[in-house]
Design a protein around this ligand. Structure first.
Ligand code: SF4
Length: 102
C-alpha cells in the first residue's frame, strides 16, 4: 500500500489551487500563508502569482514556495470548505486537500 507523507514530498515541487465554489471565506488559508492566498473583493480566497497578483480564473494554479510548503499543506488539511487542492506538480498526485490520502 502506498502512503504519502509530508516528509516524502518536501523535495518535490508542489502546486496549489482553490475551488472558489466551495470556499466559505473564513480566511484560515490567508492566515496560514498570506504570500500564497488572498481574498478578492468577493470575499473568496484566491491564489497569488509570484508577483503578488491574484489569479482570478477558475482553477488557476501556482507553485508552492518551498518555505511555505507546510503552511499551505496545513491550510489544505484544515480548510473548512475542503477546497484547497495541493498536488505534486510533476504528476498531479494530490498531496493535501480533496483526494489526498491524509
Ligand atoms: S481556508 Fe478554505 S474555505 Fe477558508 S477562505 Fe481559505 S479556501 Fe476558503
Amino acid at each position: 500500500m502506498r502512503t504519502e507523507t509530508v516528509e516524502q514530498t518536501t523535495e518535490q515541487t508542489l502546486e496549489v489551487w482553490v475551488d472558489q465554489d466551495l470556499c466559505t471565506g473564513d480566511g484560515l488559508c490567508v492566515q496560514y500563508a498570506p504570500e500564497v492566498f488572498e481574498f478578492d473583493v468577493d470575499g473568496l480566497a484566491y491564489v497569488k502569482g509570484p508577483d503578488g497578483e491574484l489569479l482570478l480564473a477558475p482553477g488557476s494554479r501556482v507553485d508552492v514556495p518551498a518555505h511555505l510548503r507546510l503552511e499551505v499543506i496545513d491550510a489544505a488539511k484544515e480548510c473548512p470548505g475542503e477546497c484547497i487542492h495541493v498536488r505534486r506538480a510533476a504528476d498531479g498526485v494530490p498531496v493535501a486537500g480533496p483526494g489526498a490520502d491524509q
